[in-house]
Design a protein around this ligand. Structure first.
Ligand SMILES: [Fe+2]
Ligand SMILES: [Fe+2]
Length: 300
């Protein structure tokens, strides 16, 4: 059974808009839909056709309904079944209302070929967590599962892969630890960091996957081949298609680095239920203010 993971597509409402990272960093990249179209064409041309696509969040750059509808159209053109979960850039109400349709469904629980896929929503903060209500739901679903092997899909990786710029917030690792204790998690896939990482959380392999939009290794995606009780995984990526030059990266790091350093120095509190969406809205507003555009233009 072959599963393709796409992540951090960051689709925008229209091609002339800028992504948050462009607003904030003062750089211009490319239309995320262009590199997504390239990636989808590569998936379509694979020798072994995937059984399923999993999309692991940051699917619309600023959560605009039109961006979800655009992404829905592109995925329906590919014609493979898609299970999708939101990331910190996604606005949940719009995601749930405007992304599903045709081949695209919201990821909840999926039983297939001896595996149980669990889908976690890790919220709108930079670090991610599950929250008590979701842990209870996943716990209940996994207890009733039909297949032995559990694989968890989610947006944030449960380990800090961003070095000094990654806030130290072990909540997600704790939350996954609880599920692992009770159900035995065999593997996990995430996005968010926009690059390829293959690490361990205790004895659980964790695979972070390149963004289809931008990241250290250019646009990319990941293939998982599940067989019996095991799986193998490989990344396809195109560094030569990156529109992030060294000069742009320096500007971006200078602008965003200041915010990230400030954030990394602040104590991080659990806040999934309390102020999760406020966190990302502040970030959108700060980005646009920095470029001198009124925050009200967020929804224009
Ligand atoms: Fe992202
Ligand atoms: Fe993210």
């Amino acid at each position: 059974m072959r599963v393709v993971q796409i992540t951090d597509t960051h689709v925008k409402a229209d091609a002339h808009d800028l992504a948050v990272i462009e607003w904030f960093g003062g750089v211009t990249l490319h239309d995320p839909a262009d590199s997504l179209a390239f990636v989808l064409a590569d998936i379509d041309a694979l020798d072994v056709r995937p059984d399923l696509v999993v999309a692991t969040g940051d699917l619309a750059d600023r959560g605009h309904p039109a961006a979800y509808r655009k992404l829905n159209g592109m995925l329906n053109d590919l014609g493979l079944p898609v299970l999708a979960i939101p990331g910190n850039h996604d606005l949940i109400d719009n995601f749930d209302a405007h992304l599903p349709g045709g081949v695209v469904e919201l990821g909840t629980m999926h039983e297939t070929h001896g595996w149980t896929f669990a889908f976690a929503r890790t919220g709108n903060t930079e670090w991610g967590e599950l929250g008590a209500a979701q842990i209870a739901r996943l716990d209940q679903q996994l207890a009733a599962r039909a297949n032995e092997n559990v694989f968890v899909w989610m947006h944030h990786p449960p380990v800090n892969l961003m070095g000094p710029y990654g806030p130290e917030a072990p909540f997600l690792a704790e939350d996954i630890g609880l599920l692992h204790e009770r159900h035995g998690v065999r593997g996990m896939a995430a996005g968010h960091v926009h690059g390829e990482h293959n690490v361990q959380l205790g004895d659980i392999p964790v695979h972070a996957t390149p963004s289809t939009f931008m990241g250290a290794g250019g646009p990319g995606y990941r293939i998982f081949d599940f067989s019996g009780d095991s799986f193998s995984t490989t990344v396809r990526s195109w560094p030569e298609r990156s529109t992030m030059t060294d000069e742009k990266r320096d500007t971006l790091v200078a602008n965003i680095g200041e915010r990230k350093r400030r954030q990394a120095a602040e104590p991080v509190e659990r806040d999934l239920e309390a102020r999760a969406q406020a966190h990302v809205l502040e970030w959108f507003e700060e980005a646009e203010t920095r470029r001198g555009r009124p925050a009200a233009a967020l929804w224009s």
